[in-house]
Ligand binder design. Structure first.
Ligand SMILES: [Zn+2]
Ligand SMILES: [Zn+2]
Length: 243
């Protein structure tokens, strides 16, 4: 290349690069600032999301906060019916806002970026899951919301992990909102709330049960127990946010 050509390239090169970056960057799915990958949260949002790292509590999948086998939130609960647990982030600060938007603000597009966040969790666990199963909503709640956020998340996760997503559970009772109840009421509220979808039921499989949020774990316990009793399943759980 001659000297004139090189000078020209030096002058327009950065401009071309900037233009390419402009067209190849994508908005953060939460705050909208430009990021370098499609469906990636930006670095600032990632920092505020409090992703769970290190050794996880087997009760809730959150971070272990002491020397005991379970975290301080789980220690007061009886034995959980699952083999292990994973949570993507702690439900404080930004995590709370992301989940709220995903559930209540008609934002199904958040399913994919949230599923991307859990890819590493699955690849670093030594468990081979046969199915990913979402905790179902009662049809009436699904009707008003327009979608079940756990199902959408499951489908995206299935796409990334090559684990089939199965609607093995169905909700047979419309329960009151758990958030307004105490621990005993929560358990009673969920009695016989779930059953097996006979068309999708399989026996003796290892299942990753998915819900958006875990508070006391009562909903996940009720769902996991049905999978264990009626499908002899080995159950692990994955939640997006741990409260
Ligand atoms: Zn952001
Ligand atoms: Zn825990």
């Amino acid at each position: 290349m001659n000297i004139i050509g090189k000078k020209l390239l030096d002058q327009i090169g950065p401009g071309i690069l900037k233009t390419a970056q402009f067209f190849c960057s994508f908005p953060c799915p939460f705050c909208g600032v430009k990021t370098d990958g499609i469906n990636n949260f930006c670095l600032d949002c990632l920092k505020k999301l409090r992703l769970v790292k290190g050794t996880r509590c087997p009760g809730c999948g959150g971070a272990l906060d002491g020397v005991l086998e379970l975290c301080t939130k789980c220690i007061e609960f009886e034995q959980r019916p699952w083999e292990g647990a994973f949570a993507i982030f702690e439900l404080r600060g930004l995590g709370q806002q992301v989940i709220h938007r995903f559930k209540f603000h008609n934002s199904p597009e958040l399913a994919r970026p949230l599923a991307i966040l859990s890819k590493d969790i699955l690849s670093s666990s030594n468990v081979k899951f046969d199915y990913i199963v979402p905790v179902p909503l009662h049809w009436s709640r699904c009707f008003w919301r327009g979608y079940n956020q756990s199902v959408l998340f499951c489908e995206e996760l299935g796409r990334f992990s090559d684990i089939p997503c199965s609607r093995m559970l169905r909700r047979v009772k419309r329960t009151r909102q758990q958030a307004k109840l105490n621990r005993d009421e929560r358990r009673k509220n969920l009695l016989n709330a779930f059953d097996i979808n006979l068309k999708a039921a399989v026996q003796g499989k290892t299942i990753l049960l998915i819900d958006d949020v875990m508070t006391t774990g009562a909903t996940l316990s009720a769902a996991a127990n049905v999978l264990k009793e009626k499908c002899s399943a080995q159950v692990y759980i994955l939640v997006i946010g741990r409260r």
